[in-house]
Design a protein around this ligand. Structure first.
Ligand code: ADP
Ligand code: ZN
Ligand code: ZN
Length: 720
């Protein structure tokens, strides 16, 4: 009897065996529908020897129900799924779920019914209906998607459909995408760019695995150059995947890509509607989509003929996924390139120490773009010592920075004030009794958002109206905002220059691609004088008239003793500094700090990145920290604090110790409570080359705990 091993899309189940009914044709990679109990699940046929499981007798096998009308999951993707599951100690089915993230994989329906407003106003316009129609505007989507946009129930949307205010439309989810044209708008590369582009083209044409670090200062033309590699892949009829660190960067990328190739690439990110998701998945899995740009989740999609992977802004920590499967998209991208036998380009002006190390040991090839393109110069960076030159009382901008903004305004140029903190103030307290507003679900303060009149937790999303009275001592008018967020800086700017046109740029204000596009257009047309923004404005953007950058609190990222704190501060400030002076006018950057003598501040001011990296790398080597030694975190969490602590202790007691591995903890995790769960952490430190995953698998595999407790392993963790 024919049997098949199947990795089922069920989060709690490993591989299972099924009977292949007579006449059904399956092979490794086939997407199939199988029964589990009374329900049906999608799954993928796998090589049995690669996913061992307990064999069950022929008589107990159930039959595969159907083969999905979808392209199979190619072998390199299956290898990638196995590797990711193994390396990050995740269930293979959880990794597979990232490849099949849409019902398009197993539902072949070529169309989907969506809804949109007709402009007709219903006879009975309840407040909810009015709200729904206003928020939906010109958007379309499934009933549940529109309901979510409008923040009303599905029933309200369905009611509006009955009245004719909303209509159903049929969307073709198999409509073809336009083909990018490599000859559409090629740039004139300068000699340094041409040399690098030539190297990349050759690598794409050779169709062999090779990781590259494309290391060039901000504005050197890295994008322009890797577009040549994309062109080479298109000419070879192979697919390209470009990974970006944030959805917000997708929109400007699409525009830029269209200028070079005549049409937009296929976009993949969590903001897609289900119809878009289906169409994109089909096009990707069939090989029709030649270029895909996306957030990290695009990495696991089943491209059948991948010829190039680009990770842009490769140093960004947002490539590290901190939930579900804890993986680092930059590292998995390199593995994918290995399985696909294609080049992988990591582009960055401030590469991670780990990436530089790979270059040093000869595993990655380095391509350098030494200077900015054209006449643009790198900006000059000056430190402002906040102890010697403090801002006025109750203000956050030092006199020298204020004077520089004033000058910039006079010249008709744009300024950017960077503070990586959303909202008005990170903490609200009662000056009478000292009460502090804390999130009930997390070890975190409630952040005041004055524009929304609310306090919000940035970890779990819990929010409440900003109170006018202290809940503890019941005094009126005793609540004070402590510390600045971007909204508070914007207030200060408005007080200093009431006539200046200011924009706040954070994920609160740039929450959709359309908002991002609007911001870019206003900047380009000179409709904004001063931008106050979080890390969202630090990368990707190119505004030639932006000549001044002020870093409001350069010390912010240095708190907490994180292993990568200095490195991250350096990268972040270099990136934001890189927004200044990208056109013909030179740029200036001021960094406000209480620690101008710190190595990272000195390096920023002197521009000596090499010395900084060398010293940081040496410190890592000394501490046996990555990339020399390695870490893994074991996070034990539960709504029941005692249960979590108990389990963490139990795990700690049975920790294997050896010369190559040491276990610290358990101790309360850096966020001791998150979304209502108490968290304890054990930190595993191992020597390089030690098979830490095997050790952890054996160790945890021999233990058990109650269902109330969740144990997650984070290999190569980022947040310490
Ligand atoms: P990076 O990605 O290194 O920050 P970009 O690729 O964004 O640099 O280039 C910075 C700016 O210079 C962009 O506006 C880009 O279009 C322009 N540029 C770079 N190289 C060229 C070129 N060879 N021809 C025309 N414009 C270029
Ligand atoms: Zn009080
Ligand atoms: Zn919270």
């Amino acid at each position: 009897m024919a049997r098949a091993r199947i990795l089922v899309l069920h989060p709690a189940l490993g591989p299972l065996d099924y009977r292949v009914p007579p006449g059904m044709e399956v092979a490794p990679g086939s997407i199939v529908i199988v029964p589990i109990g009374p329900r049906q699940f999608a799954g993928v046929v796998w090589e049995a020897e690669r996913l061992p499981t307990e064999e069950i007798g022929d008589n107990r096998l159930r039959a595969i129900l159907a083969v999905a009308d979808a392209p199979p999951i190619p072998a390199p993707v299956r290898r990638l799924i196995e590797w990711t599951a193994d390396y990050y100690l995740a269930p293979p089915s959880a990794v597979l779920a990232m490849s099949l993230r849409t019902s398009a994989a197993f539902e072949a329906a070529p169309t989907i019914t969506e809804y949109r407003a007709t402009g007709q106003v219903p006879d009975r316009l309840t407040p909810q209906r009015a709200q729904a129609l206003e928020r939906i505007g010109a958007r379309q989507g499934l009933v549940r998607e529109l309901a979510a946009i409008a923040e009303v129930s599905d029933a309200v949307i369905r009611g509006l459909v009955k009245t004719g205010a909303i209509e159903a439309i049929t969307v073709d989810t198999q409509a073809p995408y336009p083909l990018p044209d490599p000859g559409f708008g090629p740039p004139q590369l300068n000699p340094a760019q041409a040399a690098v582009a030539g190297g990349l083209r050759a690598a794409v044409e050779a169709a062999a695995f090779q990781p590259f670090l494309l290391d060039g200062v901000t504005g050197s033309g890295k994008t322009e150059v890797y577009f040549e590699a994309v062109a080479a892949a298109i000419e070879a009829g192979r697919q390209t995947l470009v990974l970006l660190p944030e959805i917000a960067l997708t929109e400007p990328f699409l525009t830029r890509f269209a200028r070079r190739f005549g049409c937009e690439p296929v976009a993949w990110h969590s903001g897609l509607r289900s119809s878009e998701r289906r169409r994109a998945w089909r096009a990707i899995a069939s090989g029709e989509a030649l270029v895909t740009v996306g957030a990290r989740s695009a990495l696991f999609l089943p491209y059948p003929k991948l010829g190039l992977i680009v990770v842009d802004e490769a140093h960004e920590t947002s490539f590290k996924q901190e939930e579900g499967v804890h993986y680092h998209a930059r590292d998995v991208a390199v593995m994918r390139g290995m399985f696909e036998r294609c080049p992988v380009v990591l582009a960055s002006a401030t590469p991670a120490i780990e990436t530089r190390h790979q270059v040093e040991v000869g595993r990655y090839a380095e391509l350098k773009l030494p200077g900015r393109y054209g006449a643009a110069e790198l900006p000059k960076i000056e430190a402002i010592d906040l102890i010697r030159e403090p801002p006025e009382r109750g203000r956050w901008l030092a006199p020298r920075l204020v004077a520089a903004i004033e000058e910039t305004l006079k010249r008709g140029e744009q300024s950017l004030l960077f503070l990586n903190r959303r909202g008005y103030a990170p903490l609200t307290l009662c000056r009478h009794c000292g009460h502090r507003f804390q999130c009930p679900n997390c070890t975190a303060w409630m952040v005041e958002h004055r524009l929304l009149h609310r306090l919000s937790c940035h970890h779990c999303g819990h929010t409440m109206p900003t109170p006018s009275m202290c809940p503890e001592c019941k005094s009126d008018d005793t609540l004070v905002a402590c510390g600045p967020g971007v909204e508070r800086i914007a207030d200060e700017v408005a007080a200093l220059w009431p006539e200046a046109r200011t924009a706040i740029v954070t994920s609160d204000t740039l929450w959709s691609p359309a908002k991002a596009a609007e911001f870019v257009s206003r900047m380009e047309h000179g409709a904004i004088d001063i931008v106050v923004g979080t890390q969202l404005v630090t990368k990707g953007y190119h505004f030639p008239n932006l000549t001044l950058v002020g870093v409001v609190d350069a010390d912010l990222g240095l708190d907490g003793g994180d292993l990568r704190a200095s490195e991250r501060t350096f990268q972040q400030i270099m990136q934001v500094a890189g927004r200044a002076g990208r056109g013909e006018k030179p740029g200036t950057v001021f960094i406000q700090t209480h620690a101008p003598e710190a190595r990272v501040m000195q390096a920023l001011v002197s521009g000596d990145a090499e010395a900084f990296y060398a010293a940081e790398t040496e410190a890592r080597r000394h501490a046996d920290a990555p990339p020399f030694g390695r870490y893994a975190a074991i996070i034990v969490s539960s709504e029941d604090k005692a249960a979590a602590e108990e389990t963490a202790r139990m795990i700690g007691r049975s920790a294997p110790e050896s010369a190559a591995m040491h276990v610290y903890g358990p101790a309360p995790a850096p966020l001791a409570m998150l979304r209502g769960r108490h968290r304890f952490r054990l930190l595993v430190h191992a020597k390089r080359g030690f098979a830490v995953q095997d050790a952890i698998r054996d160790w945890l595999g021999a233990l058990s705990w109650t269902a109330r407790v969740r144990v997650a392993v984070d290999v190569d963790p980022y947040s310490f």
